[in-house]
Design a protein around this ligand. Sequence first.
Ligand code: HDD
Length: 693
Amino acid sequence: MAKSPKSSSKPTGGETHQSAEGLDTAVLTTNHGVPVSDNQNSLKSGSRGPTLLEDFVLREKIFHFDHERIPERIVHARGSGAHGVFEAIDDISDLSKAAVFTKGEKTEVFVRFSTVAGGAGSVDTPRDVRGFAVKFYTREGNWDLVGNNIPVFFIQDALKFPDLVHAVKMEADRGYPQAGSAHDTFWDWASLMPETTHMLMWAMSDRTLPRSFRTMEGFGVHTFKLVNAAGKASFVKFHWKPRLGIQSTIWDEALKLQAADNDYQRRDLFEAIDTGDFPQWDLGIQVFDQAFADAQPYDVLDATKLIPEEDVPVRLIGTLTLNRNVDNFFAETEQVAFLPSNIPPGIDFSNDPLLQGRLFSYLDTQNSRLGTTNFHQIPINAPRCPFGNFQRDGKMQTMVPKGRANYEPNSLAAHGEEGGPRESPMAGFATVDAVTGSDESGEKLRVRSETFADHYSQARLFYRSQTESEQAHIASSFVFELSKVGLLDQVPGRMVANLRNVDEGLAKRVAAGLGIELPKKAPAAKTPIDMKPSDALSIHKNMKATLEGRAVGILIADGTDAAEFSTVMTAVKKAKGKAVVVAPKVGGAKLSDGTVQKADGQLAGSPSQIFDAVAIVLSEEGCAALLKEAAAVDFVMNAFGHLKAIGASKAAQPLLDKAGVEPDEGVTGLDGAFVKAAAQRFYAREPSLRMLA
Ligand code: HDD
């Protein structure tokens, strides 16, 4: 790309220091560089008199503070970001000419994970879709892959997006509930929109309860196109596969996590990066052509549909590593602006009508959020490659273009002046018509293609691809959410009527769980078909038995056997797990050998839901003391209830008994069996613990 002559392509102000250049940074100054002598007292008339208007130090400080906030994102307001690198590991030049995919190429990235419905200050662990937005600062301009942790979407056409968002966010009159879909307006709307059914199945599954950002998949959702140097296009779907495998919590655990730590996922991401345990994902592509697309019983341009991985395998082409936390949350995570319309040569859009609407919305929203059309100059948004054009001026212009060339064509160069950049038909972005050529002319129609009419087959595919335990979780989530629909009697029945098109068994379970009559089946625009179940859609079938990225809470108290404690610590660390010591007092506990072991967390403030497994390392004396401590009983009871491994010393048995722990393969001693068990969840335990729908 050409660089604008004499104008700086690097936005100024990227550095985070606050002092004006040339000043001693140790001196506190006003925003205009005037040294401040007193930052404690405002200027008054007499020591007890009124404050003077003349006090520019006070006025500037309060003025700036009063305007610190910007409008939060209309959706995905709560998010956590990190810097990293993407490395292309495979040669796909036959498919795409994009530089970012050149084998061995390393591209700087910024990633922001988010929930959707809640405000910026809401909690990390509601039942909600998670955003997975990646900005690649490629040498051919920014590419933003703005996806979610679910491969399909609620709606087929962008025109419906404001309705979806209004329905799911807090209700207009009462301002609640925050960050959740379990309320009247969401289900009223969703039950009237059969096209939401497939995504609802995902939303009601444990996919919306990810254990951490590091253990969730990401998806570009839409079908995009890859374009090679010869101009040949192929269809593509993008996938992010977490190196740690997929892992989710269960509903009761997610609820209790909200109480234990509002920032559970943000903290996990920050701490992992901070300790050098860099989160990684593989980028995968599903590539297919028009002939494949034409042969499917669904339309590949319909964002409510996925392409089963068994039909088109996912080919891994690159690795994403998050290796640097932000220096400043506001400057980076809050101000980052993702635009699905940011796309380099070699990648292209498809005609998916949801995607087409997004291409407008994200650019547009940044003006109200960031207050200027120059938001691309904010360091986190600025391309890392040179950029230049004839767009000029506007609020917060920080670049200083020189010369007269602010238009083109111009012949200024002929007069010895700088003429500015020119378009590049060869290197520039050009959209390709279609994959194998298509007719894109036609009448103006406000219609939905007939090929988008099947709303149930893939919902059925999803449900039938789940394990028994996952199906029970889906049914129970529908029951929970619909039981929160208070004022609109017709809604639960209408939803169950839709579910009868997905799976009769599911519909019956939900009706029974709600205690309502099984309603008549809703008419389906197209009769659903049975697709071949896909293992890739199940979490349980894609979990990785590893302690990497998982935390083990090790409960100790005065008298804990020093050797037992040391054995567990060593084993957890050897298995690359994170060992977190919990004791009644944060100062620590006196072990059997007289040493004092400091605790990482106090028992009352470190409940077991924040861990993936627990070890109860107690002496008889310690156990006797903890039998009288509700937090200790809850610690064990919840670990058991949340289907986690519990390793315990013999002397801890009375505490396990009091917490209602029944022996099973997830309940072990403190030997090697514990570390093995700790890498798993014990879903088979669940039916004996709670009544699922
Ligand atoms: Fe969106 C933000 C993902 C459909 C309009 N969206 C936003 C973010 C993610 C997604 C991850 C947060 C980006 C960040 O971290 O800053 N959105 C999706 C996916 C969709 C989708 C995967 C469907 C496949 N979105 C969608 C539609 C529209 C929008 C159809 C509008 C027509 N989305 C927005 C927005 C947001 C946004 C209002 C809010 C803040 C922002 O864009 O920058 O413009």
